[in-house]
Design a protein around this ligand. Sequence first.
Ligand SMILES: *Cc1c(COP(=O)(O)O)cnc(C)c1O
Length: 390
Amino acid sequence: MSHFNSILTKLIHGGIEGDERTGAVNVPIYQTSTYKQDHLGENKGYEYSRTGNPTREALEALIAELEEGEHGLAFASGMAATTAVLHLFKTGDKILISENVYGGTFRVLDKIFRSFGVAYEIVNTTNLEVLEEAIDDEVKAVFIESPANPLMTVTDIQAVAAIAHKHGKLLIVDNTFMTPYLQKPLTLGADIVVHSATKYLGGHSDLVAGLVVVKDQELAKSLYFIQNATGGILQPFDSFLLIRGIKTLGVRMERHQENAITIAKWLKGHKSISHIYFPGLESDPGYAVQKQQAKGPGAMISFELKKGLDIRKFYDGLQLIALAESLGGVESLVCHPSSMTHASIPEEIRKKVGITEGLIRLSVGIEDVKEIQEDLEYALNQAANKGIDL
Ligand SMILES: *Cc1c(COP(=O)(O)O)cnc(C)c1O
């Protein structure tokens, strides 16, 4: 497939395609835990499915190609992927994390890794001076999301990679919100890319999965060792579902994004909203960097209701858009970060970084954009309605 280089084509034909034995155009689901050995010490390349499975391998080769890396690894969830990456570090090491990372990333560092002596420090990675000052001997890596969850803060990946490498540190990027269709952190200098493939890559809210991609051979070896040793692998059926989801990523992302831009422009001027966070608006502080490092702003929008509006009435007023954790599926979803996705972050840190009670996060789906807007308009009116007709 070497000269067919468009990502739209790679989404469908990348990695290991089909089945050599039968000609099946799709990778078969090798639903097996073990493999018969020809003779003692001789096998066909597979021994046991934690160690290797052809369906999972096809997915791993596909994501490596899409991210322009060399090695992909598939895990049972985004958190299993992140946890595997964090196992690269040892007692005495420190990780710098962006101000608003996914709540679960914060939680695993704060509640699990910290008790093993791996420290973390929250830094504003949009401020390069602040970031560089925070780097000391203990720091071994910088872990960022861009745009970050839930305030869509944009970090300059190339600039952070340069600073990290100048000091001999690794840069890890959680690319869940963008996917390789919109942003390829490895080409911007990142060392490790992590995904919750549960979101846009899967795309249909029907599976939980995680992926890791690296370029470096030594890092790949260490991560393969961790994957096999700790065992948080993705199952064959879920690997198949994820390969299937990825095939339509291009068309889905285009529509997600088109809808999100329409909704963001409309929300920005809305009388019930005091602030909107979306790097696709020129007024957003992340606009320029986003434009430079990604093919688009994505489809995640956060906004703040004006003071005095009833946020419960907003959520109750939605009929089409579901109140649910997660994002990136074909259907539009809303969540309340301070009590849901980011509840594991202590209140004082939430307040400091701006995850307020009035903050709403919207994952714009691919439904008819006029109907998404209609649903939001009705719910916003409900939130503003206190018996007086506004
Ligand atoms: C959901 C999410 C995760 C965690 O992934 P799971 O698949 O839920 O384990 C990590 N990072 C980001 C940005 C996410 O949205």
